[in-house]
Structures are given as structure tokens and as C-alpha cells.
Design a protein around this ligand. Structure first.
Ligand SMILES: [Cu+2]
Length: 271
């Protein structure tokens, strides 16, 4: 009887813990409520299956407990039951996977009016690059990386010169405007993750991955690296600030362009 009680407590305790848990999601700050919806669907399905399986176990332990004189029946096959189980499992798995396919296609279909921002991961800091007045990011290559040019921006590409490079600092973005995030790594795998944006993606050396989102709330948000990238991985934090339009413009005007930073480095007396 004690086993039955423990099994029932496991079910009830898990549901109560889920409902009362203090470790729920951070309040959302982007358009990706669809991603939350898919996770909620998964919680419902896995939660229902978990509760059903454990409750069935509890029932069997109680119903088929040992009684003197009763013997076990042996039933090696039951076609009907197997069809039900296989069909039910297929249905549950499809219900969990299908919404994800729709959300994924939205996640990587960038709206035409999205502005661009480049995020560069390296052991163990975040850097950012904005396209500047021409709206275009200049070419960048890991082989161009030097201490003066930490993102490897191509100096010979005219589109690079007005780019705004933020090396190891804060990224600001305006509220309510869709932004395409272009992800690059100059050493190992990283993953750009801001929990409030509900969006993340791996950054792979040698290629550019991307997604988009629209910030829906002003505030300061912490960037985490969501891909184990070496001993400094837990310290690989950054900051994204979502501003209203005025504050964003003020901030942007204070940022030096790539050509201005190059000029100030070349004018240093030590060079
Ligand atoms: Cu990392």
C-alpha cells in the first residue's frame, strides 16, 4: 500500500510543483509568444502521459497485489492494445512536433523591413556590429581579425566604413522594429541567447546563422551563451538594451563608426 501512496504522491507532487514553481519563464519581451505556446503544448502532452502512466502503475500495484491462491495470467500478445499504444504514441509525438515546424518557418523567414545586426561570439565575450547609415554590413572574415579589428571587418569594402562596431560592449536596439540577427563566431561554437526574447541559435565558425525578432518591451536584458564553449562559458554574458526611438538614436549617435575607430587607432602616438 505504501508503494501505491508514493506513486500517487509523485503524480500530485509533480503537478503541484509545476503550477507553483518559482522557476517559471522570465516575462517575454519579443514577438515569439508562439514559441511559448509550443512549449505549453509539450508540457500538456508530456504531463498528461506522465500522470497517466504513473497512475496506471499505482492502480496495477493495488489491483494485482499478492493474495493467497491467486495466480498470474500470461498474455504474450494483444494486437488491439498494441495498435492503441502505437497509435496513441504517434499522435502524441506528432502533436508535439507539428507546431514547431510552423514556428520554425516563421523564425527563419525574415520580414523585408527588418534591420540587421551582427552578433559575434568569441571565447568569452559578445561583440556587435550595426550597419550604419547605408543599411549594409560590410564584409567580414575571421582571417582579418587583429587586435585593432577584433571582428575581422574588411577595410577595403566601402560598406564597412560606416559600420558601428561594439566590441565587448552593450548592444542597443529600438523597440517595435523587427531585427535580423546575423550570428558569427570567430573561434568555437557559441549560442546567442536572451531568455526574454525566447530566441536563440548556435553560432558556427565559418558560417553565418540567423533569425529575427521584434522587441516588444524596453529594458535591459542579459545575454547568455547557450552552447558549452570552454572554461569561461558561464561568464560569457552580455547586455542588450531595448530603447524607445529617441533614446536609441541618442545612443547610436555616440557610437564611433568603423572608419573613425581605425583613424583613432592609427593616430595613436605609439604607432
Ligand atoms: Cu560561448
Amino acid at each position: 500500500m505504501i508503494v501505491v501512496l508514493i506513486l500517487v504522491l509523485v503524480v500530485v507532487g509533480s503537478i503541484v510543483f509545476h503550477l507553483l514553481s518559482p522557476w517559471w519563464w522570465t516575462p517575454i519581451a519579443s514577438n515569439w509568444s508562439y514559441i511559448d505556446n509550443t512549449i505549453v503544448i509539450t508540457f500538456w502532452i508530456t504531463g498528461f502521459v506522465f500522470a497517466a502512466v504513473i497512475s496506471f502503475m499505482a492502480y496495477c500495484v493495488w489491483r494485482f497485489r499478492h493474495r493467497p491462491g491467486s495466480t498470474a495470467a500470461y498474455q504474450p500478445e494483444n494486437k488491439r492494445l498494441e495498435w492503441w499504444l502505437a497509435g496513441g504514441t504517434a499522435l502524441g509525438v506528432s502533436a508535439m512536433l507539428t507546431p514547431g515546424l510552423f514556428v520554425w518557418s516563421q523564425f527563419v523567414t525574415v520580414p523585408a523591413n527588418a534591420s540587421k545586426v551582427e552578433v559575434v561570439g568569441q571565447q568569452w565575450q559578445w561583440s556587435f556590429r550595426l550597419p550604419g547609415a547605408d543599411g549594409r554590413l560590410g564584409r567580414a572574415e575571421t582571417r582579418n581579425v587583429t587586435s585593432d579589428n577584433p571582428l575581422g571587418v574588411d577595410r577595403n569594402d566601402p560598406a564597412s566604413l560606416d559600420d558601428v562596431v561594439i566590441s565587448g560592449g552593450e548592444l542597443h536596439l529600438p523597440i517595435g522594429k523587427p531585427v535580423e540577427v546575423l550570428l558569427r563566431s570567430i573561434d568555437v561554437l557559441h549560442d546567442f541567447y536572451v531568455p526574454e526574447f525566447r530566441a536563440k541559435m548556435d553560432m558556427i565558425p565559418g558560417t553565418v546563422t540567423y533569425y529575427w525578432f521584434t522587441p516588444t518591451r524596453t529594458g535591459t536584458f542579459e545575454v547568455l551563451c547557450a552552447e558549452l564553449c570552454g572554461v569561461g562559458h558561464p561568464q560569457m554574458r552580455g547586455t542588450v538594451v531595448i530603447d524607445d526611438d529617441d533614446a536609441y538614436r541618442t545612443w547610436l549617435q555616440q557610437q564611433p563608426t568603423f572608419s573613425q575607430s581605425l583613424a583613432s587607432i592609427e593616430n595613436l602616438p605609439s604607432k
